[in-house]
Design a protein around this ligand. Structure first.
Ligand code: ZN
Length: 414
């Protein structure tokens, strides 16, 4: 049994028609017309063309499934079909279309699985107008409940409840979207790597052992606003110069860990009063770093605090820092990882492990069931942009590895 390449690529291209923009990128955020039309197409494909059992849950997650011959919890494949603004056609969509093909080929061959096999496309994985990313998987795993999100409002005052209604969900019955641990025996998300590690090694696929931890520190630097002309250089307490020094120190702290899977970014900065002839009096910024190893975190924090004290003394400013996010790394399931590797070996594929440096729905599913991820190479490491591209050859390999993994898990898992 091997997957059908033409059909798979055609569906990937069809899904990419929903939300395609004039720059060659994709605009398909949650709640948009493109999202709604893509959903309609997926439901039609699964329900009418392929005769899968289809369900839309209360948070709008789209489910399709095949029955199993035994009364066992389901094997589940999936990802998301929404995109960032001017994103690419592979991020999320690839995992949904690959899952569709795996179910399709199993049904077409009349192959009887012991487990039910399901596929899911999660709602609103990407940032969206409600400021709630990985929304579908967080609700499904019980990490978000109705009271947490019922007040969320998006563009033009639309409520989350109204947006959910449009896609067949229901904020009132949100608790029904929660999956119980007994309902699933495994979850696998296939996703593009979104970085260039596979591409640089000239490899197609990788298994993900961990999803990185993410840490965000909100930093306020208080200096002294004053006249830009009449204040001599030695009398200044410039908050922006202090912040700039902190940015450079932060870069050095992260680089000093000397690993590719430890990264730091200062992506947000606000300067007050932000005026051409006033020395900046205050700066608000956020230092973000990611590492898959919790041992690094203490070292990085200690070094940030040292840098803060040094800059405070040197520049006569006050620096207040507050932790916004401390999300530890998530470890994927060893048994599913080894099954993915066996499937790769069977297909003569080199198997390597790569930490995921981005968050995914799989993170939340891992609190419910044995979870793992399969990465497919991104050409030139591009993602979240119109140039996002993955080779057809690599997509086909991923599909066959997923299929083989499901066949093995069906035999071996209970
Ligand atoms: Zn994604």
């Amino acid at each position: 049994m091997l997957i059908n390449k033409e059909r798979l690529m055609e569906r990937l291209n069809t899904l990419a028609e929903y939300g395609k923009n004039v720059h060659g990128g994709m605009d398909r955020p949650f709640g948009s017309e493109a999202d709604i039309n893509a959903r309609k197409w997926l439901i039609y494909l699964w329900g009418k063309q392929l005769n899968f059992k289809v369900k839309i849950d209360a948070i709008g997650n789209l489910w399709a499934g095949l029955a199993g011959t035994e009364n066992l919890p389901a094997l589940v494949l999936g990802s998301h079909h929404d995109t960032v603004a001017n994103g690419g056609k592979y991020d999320g969509a690839l995992g949904v279309i690959l899952a569709t093909e795996v179910l399709n080929i199993i049904k077409e061959n009349n192959y009887k699985l012991r487990h039910p096999l399901k596929l899911v496309s999660f709602t609103a994985e990407e940032p969206n107008m409600f400021n709630l990313s990985t929304l579908g998987s967080r609700v499904a795993s019980g990490k978000l409940i109705k009271d947490d999100i019922k007040g969320a409002k998006g563009d033009y005052g639309i409520t989350l409840g109204e947006a959910l209604k449009k896609v067949g969900g229901s904020i009132e019955n949100l608790q029904d979207a929660k999956i119980s641990k007994e309902d699933m025996s495994a979850f696998i998300e296939c996703h593009i790597e979104q970085g260039r590690r596979l591409f640089d090694k000239n490899l197609s696929l990788a298994v993900v052992p961990k999803v990185t931890g993410i840490y965000r520190e909100k930093v306020k630097i208080i200096g002294e606003p004053n006249h830009a002309g009449t204040t001599v250089m030695s009398c200044r307490h410039d908050a922006l110069i202090a912040a700039s020094q902190l940015c450079l120190e932060f870069e050095k702290i992260i680089k000093d860990i000397h690993r590719d899977d430890v990264v730091g970014t200062v992506g947000h900065i606000e300067v007050k009063p932000n005026s051409i002839n006033i020395i900046p009096g205050e700066v608000d910024t956020i230092l973000e770093f990611r590492t898959p190893d919790f041992n690094d975190v203490e070292i990085i924090y200690a070094n940030i605090n040292n840098a803060i004290s040094f800059i405070e003394n040197k520049r006569g400013v006050k620096i207040i820092s507050e932790t916004m996010l401390k999300q530890r790394e998530v470890i994927m399931d060893k048994a599913i990882i080894s099954t993915l590797k066996r499937a790769m070996t069977k297909m003569d594929e080199t198997n390597i492990e790569l930490v995921s440096m981005a968050g995914h729905d799989a993170v939340h599913m891992s609190s419910l069931t044995k979870t793992a991820m399969l990465f497919v190479a991104s050409v030139n490491g591009k993602s979240h942009c119109a140039d996002e591209f993955t080779e057809e050859m690599d997509i086909i390999k991923a599909a066959n590895v997923l299929l083989e993994t499901i066949l093995i898990l069906d035999k071996e898992l209970d």
